[in-house]
Design a protein around this ligand. Sequence first.
Ligand SMILES: [Zn+2]
Length: 215
Amino acid sequence: MSKSSAAASGRRLSVTEVLDLRFLPDEGLAFDEPLDATWLDAQLQGANGGATVFHASAGSPGTAKLEVEPLAPVASKPPIRIHGSITARVETTCVRCLEPVQQALEAQVDLTLFARADVSPRGPAERDEGLGLTQHELDEGTYEKNEIDLPSLVREALLLEIAMNPACEDEDACSSRTSAMLEAANRPASVVIDDRWAALRRMAEAAGKPPKDDN
Ligand SMILES: [Zn+2]
């Protein structure tokens, strides 16, 4: 973190709100704040395609340490580098045995946003027809309307860290819980299978009966 940037907290600025560039000093802003559970829960809605529900852990669920660093005077709509780390503790259920699982997320952020209006098309080969951006600029991202959407940035960084298939750390315990569940779930089905085998067996027995000896 560079020594020159101003503390965002002293300016009542937060990563949970869109940053208006009028509040971004040329020397940059340093955010260092806790993320509360209610806000995190809202960001985690629909995480993982909704396949698994994630909740922020109670207590001190997260922190955001981000530096927003204009690479030239803000008035010139410069590229803006945003870097730092975001942590969050979330709770979900194991995809195998359905036990509660905790996950500690830690996202490292380092990206540079370009002012959308300032982006000029370059070589036709690497140009995106729709937006007039080069592929490199699309990868890095843009900002527009003199605003930086910090909440979306934090959200996306966290969602990238979320496990697609959260599972218990104790694999042995998880496996025995899972097989117990499978056993319980398969019990009625196995009865049906047994009946079918019994019927087959009777048929096989009937067919295999030795012909009556007429002697
Ligand atoms: Zn499990």
